[in-house]
Design a protein around this ligand. Structure first.
Ligand SMILES: NC(=O)c1ccc[n+]([C@@H]2O[C@H](COP(=O)([O-])OP(=O)(O)OC[C@H]3O[C@@H](n4cnc5c(N)ncnc54)[C@H](OP(=O)(O)O)[C@@H]3O)[C@@H](O)[C@H]2O)c1
Length: 299
């Protein structure tokens, strides 16, 4: 059956959302369905059952696209599909992402590379693939993170990958401004989504203090509103803004020290008089190097 645009003899207008079937991506999808200038929402993710659920919940404008974005073949297939269907892409939301808590050395073989493949390479490839189908007024929304603003020991590759997305987005926004295409880097704090459980690599995760934490719904709402206003960054919540400001102003060694203390990974209690919550038996504290003032020299 032809969609409205095809009946009018013009290209269909679509939104492309990666990681659309869960957490923040599902919220983006829920909101984009309400946009009147989009004929189809191409929802990209790996899990067929959850993609079908999107169709049930949000209607038949959802086009489920089962894809593993870490696979170059799959990205090439997506490129071919675009060149066959030639849609007008109104929204590209690069949102799929994974992270892993724990010491870099202890990550499973290839796990660190998958984080880079999904969080960085797929964002670049998807953007490159989609740009030829974007016109003035089209928008790119890239999910980075508050983690983009500081190196995070024991969440290392993830934080570095998000710094990549943020820098990539800001520079791309300048390059695409003459074409009238807006690019927004979305930098949420912790959100209540399956991401956090998936990031745990052991029964005793290294990262447990998730403060501040928020629901993904207002983050998605603000991100789309900021994109429409042409803002290059979208940051939800006063505490998140403050922590980003702190990360920009303070020496990086201090910022990392605060993170380690907050997570109970430094041997110094985050709250005087209390034992480390997550490693109360001291096992973790002895496994990790104690933080000294010399570590500020990292700056
Ligand atoms: N939750 C947080 O605390 C937090 C904070 C800041 C930023 N973020 C960022 O927010 C974004 C959304 O994460 P979320 O919190 O909503 O987590 P989530 O619920 O786990 O969603 C992740 C999405 O990415 C998809 N995905 C994962 N691997 C994929 C692959 N190889 N190919 C295609 N799709 C893949 C997942 O789909 P399948 O499961 O079907 O593969 C899922 O739809 C991520 O970029 C994350 O880094 C999260």
């Amino acid at each position: 059956m032809k969609n409205k645009s095809e009946k009018r003899g013009v290209m269909k207008k679509i939104a492309v959302i990666t990681g659309a079937d869960s957490g923040l991506g599902r919220e983006y999808t829920r909101l984009i369905v309400k946009e009147s200038d989009v004929d189809e929402i191409w929802a990209l993710a790996k899990t067929p059952a959850r993609l079908q659920r999107l169709v049930q919940d949000f209607g038949d404008r959802i086009v489920p696209v089962e894809i593993d974005l870490t696979q170059l073949d799959a990205l090439a297939d997506f490129h071919r599909r675009l060149s066959l269907e030639k849609p007008e892409i109104r929204w590209l939301i690069n949102n799929a992402g994974i992270g892993k808590f724990g010491p870099f050395e202890k990550l499973e073989a290839l796990e660190a590379a998958w984080i880079v493949d999904l969080n960085c390479r797929a964002v670049v490839e998807m953007t490159w693939n989609c740009l030829p189908y974007m016109l003035a007024g089209s928008r790119i929304v890239n999910t980075a993170s508050q983690a983009a603003f500081q190196p995070l020991p024991y969440f290392n590759v993830y934080a570095a990958s998000k710094a990549f997305i943020d820098r990539f987005s800001l520079a791309l926004a300048v390059e695409l401004k003459p074409r009238g295409i807006a690019v927004t880097s979305v930098c949420p704090c912790w959100m209540r989504t399956p991401f956090i459980t998936k990031a745990q690599t052991s029964a005793k995760p290294d990262v447990t203090r998730l403060f501040p934490i928020t629901d993904p719904s207002p983050v998605a709402y603000l991100a789309l509103a900021d994109s429409k206003k042409g803002r290059t960054r979208s940051v939800y919540g006063t505490l998140t803004r403050l922590s980003i400001l702190g990360a920009k102003l303070l020496p990086v060694g201090i910022v990392m020290a605060v993170w380690l203390i907050q997570q109970g990974l430094s041997g110094i209690p985050a709250f005087p008089g209390r034992k480390s919550q997550n490693h109360a038996d001291g096992e973790q504290a002895s496994r990790l190097p104690a933080l000294t003032l010399d570590d500020k020299a990292a700056d």
